[in-house]
Design a binder for this molecule. Structure first.
Ligand code: IMP
Ligand code: MG
Length: 177
């Protein structure tokens, strides 16, 4: 069930999302150097972005999925990472491109990129669909951010509010009650 009343202004339209997916694919093709390439989608939010991007990529690649949760931990200044579902493949010798829905505090991507680099990937790069730089609490910058947005909570195109709205074909601001 989708509550229409909580869907606010559209920040990124369907047309803009299609252009962005193509832009991400072109960047991935530019990064390709003939090494095995793995596209990693961080579930659940990035599943639609992954599906749209990978269908535009015209070099050989594999896909992988991870589900993680990052949280503040007083013993670790950058927070801690809980792996809810790990990649199923060994990534040593791969160029890895992570496809993410949104970089907010930066905690998740900072920890995930460190983790994957420690597994001897040749490179670990990140393409995020959205970036909220004003919310950053740790130093982290993705290699490519397709849209920079203000500090608002967004829904749609894979992103949720309490598991709702993931199927909206555009990205909208969530209007809380
Ligand atoms: P982080 O704060 O950069 O670690 O981001 C953690 C995760 O929070 C993101 O990958 C998203 O899944 C989620 N998130 C952050 N901001 C939003 C939002 O505005 N809408 C939906 N999910 C969000
Ligand atoms: Mg996410």
């Amino acid at each position: 069930m989708t509550e229409q009343s909580n869907i606010g202004r559209i920040l990124v339209s369907e047309k803009e999302l299609a252009v962005a997916a193509k832009q991400a694919a072109v960047q991935i093709e530019k990064w390709y150097q003939g090494n095995p390439m793995l596209l990693v989608s961080i579930l659940n939010g990035a599943f639609i972005f992954m599906a749209d991007v990978c269908r535009q990529v015209r070099i050989p690649y594999e896909i992988g999925f991870m589900r993680v949760r990052s949280y503040y931990d007083s013993t670790a200044p950058t927070g801690a990472l809980e792996i809810l579902m790990d990649l199923s493949q060994d990534i040593a010798g791969y160029d890895v491109v992570i496809l993410e829905d949104i970089v907010d505090t930066g905690q998740t991507l900072r920890l995930v990129t460190e983790l994957l680099a420690s597994r001897h990937a040749l490179s670990v790069r990140v393409i995020t669909l959205l970036d909220k730089p004003s919310r950053r609490t740790v130093a982290y910058q993705p290699e490519l951010a397709l849209f920079t947005i203000p500090n608002v909570f967004v829904i749609g195109y894979g992103m949720d509010c309490a598991e709702h709205y993931r199927g909206l074909p555009y990205i909208a601001e969530y209007i809380g009650t």
